[in-house]
Design a protein around this ligand. Structure first.
Ligand SMILES: *Cc1c(COP(=O)(O)O)cnc(C)c1O
Length: 360
């Protein structure tokens, strides 16, 4: 068996311990004589899996009792519609557009009401986070929406926007569980799990209880109401059982690693190794304003497209895969999520140094 260092932005690297445990339980999950893929979502065994997963996530993020945890399908993208459908009572919302994902959410919201773009960093290819200390928040806005970590561009909010008392909704897909969060500052926190938590095909939405009501936009499908899933404890219909099971294992792994404070420390260490090299390098440079750099997604370029392509190919040959940047930015991007070991980043930097030396 040979494993590569996988720098994919998502679906992404998972902890080896989790994969090994899942492999061991594949044929016979704890005496049930079947795999988790084959069991009823109403079975006792699965009930324990989903309840433990929720309890562990609550522990990790210190989720207060007045927030519900929902395991939903449709990925992060379905939340782009589900959020306005459930929250846009005045049919007005404010969006801060810091990348493609925020833009998609903003565009989707326009189908349901007036979505105001109250700030954007598109003027400089989304390479920074705008100043959000005094934005023109709409008096009748139902919520203010952000994408907290911009997967494609590699920026992250270091300080949450001043929403002037409005509800904050945040897409945390690519920074989910990378560091502690103060859940109470948000109305909704949600993220697709395939970036930093588990396999693709699921989103976890953490929703403040008072936002879960029958008072949704007319025509909202049953499956798109938070209330449907909250009332049924995420078992209204058949959920993504296997994904919930793997996410649960990742939550346990995070606890065994010391929780989110420890992950933050480890993630800062990994990011510092890479950014420090990018700041010193004569060949490579980071593309993001320093104070807005993400701990999870690190885009970089040489400034020469052919050189970039040569680097990506050489890296792949050496076992560092999925380093090609998003098609809208070009260059390279190293996603260094929770499950990427420090050693993976150290070895990548050593490889980059050697590559640079060869070119100079
Ligand atoms: C990947 C990503 C999405 C889209 O996730 P899907 O699960 O594919 O819908 C949305 N937002 C962010 C920040 C992402 O990184």
């Amino acid at each position: 068996m040979s494993r590569v260092y996988n720098f994919s932005a998502g679906p992404a690297v998972l902890p080896e311990e989790v994969l090994q445990e899942a492999a061991q339980e594949m044929m016979d999950y704890r005496g049930t004589g079947m795999s988790v893929m084959e069991m009823s979502h109403r079975s006792k065994a699965f009930d324990q899996i989903i309840q433990e997963a929720e309890a562990d996530l609550r522990d990790l993020l210190h989720i207060p009792g007045n927030y519900r945890v929902l395991f939903l399908q449709g990925g992060a993208s379905l939340q782009f519609a589900m959020i306005p459908m459930n929250l846009m009572k005045n049919r007005v919302a404010d969006y801060i557009v810091t990348g493609q994902w925020a833009k998609k959410a903003y565009q989707e919201a326009q189908k349901y009401g007036t979505a105001h773009k109250i700030a954007s960093s598109e003027d400089e290819t989304f390479s920074y986070i705008p100043d959000c200390s005094d934005l023109p928040i709409s008096p009748d806005a139902d919520y203010v929406y952000i994408c907290e970590n911009n997967t494609i561009y590699g920026t992250k909010y270091k300080k949450l926007p001043n929403t002037k008392g409005k509800l904050l909704v945040s897409d945390v897909s690519s920074c989910f569980l990378s560091e502690p969060m103060d859940v109470e500052k948000y109305g909704i926190i949600y993220g697709g799990v395939q970036k930093n938590i588990g396999p693709a095909g699921m989103v976890i939405s953490i929703v403040r209880e008072d936002l879960i009501t029958e008072d949704v936009l007319p025509g909202t499908p049953t499956m798109m109401k938070f209330k449907t899933h909250a009332d049924a404890n995420s078992l209204y219909n058949t959920p993504n059982c296997y994904c919930i099971y793997i996410c649960g294992k990742v939550f346990q792994w995070l606890k065994s690693m010391g929780g989110l404070e420890a992950m933050k420390e480890r993630n800062e260490k990994k990011a510092a190794i890479l950014y420090q090299f990018l700041d010193e390098s004569r060949l490579f440079r980071g593309t993001v304003r320093k104070e807005d750099r993400s701990l999870m997604n690190v885009p970089f370029v040489t400034g020469d497209k052919e050189m970039d392509a040569r680097f990506v190919a050489a890296a792949e040959e050496a076992g560092f895969v999925n380093l090609k940047g998003h098609r809208s930015v070009g260059g390279m991007r190293a996603s260094i999520y929770n499950a990427m070991p420090v050693e993976g980043v150290e070895k990548l930097v050593a490889f980059m140094k050697a590559f640079e030396k060869e070119q100079m």
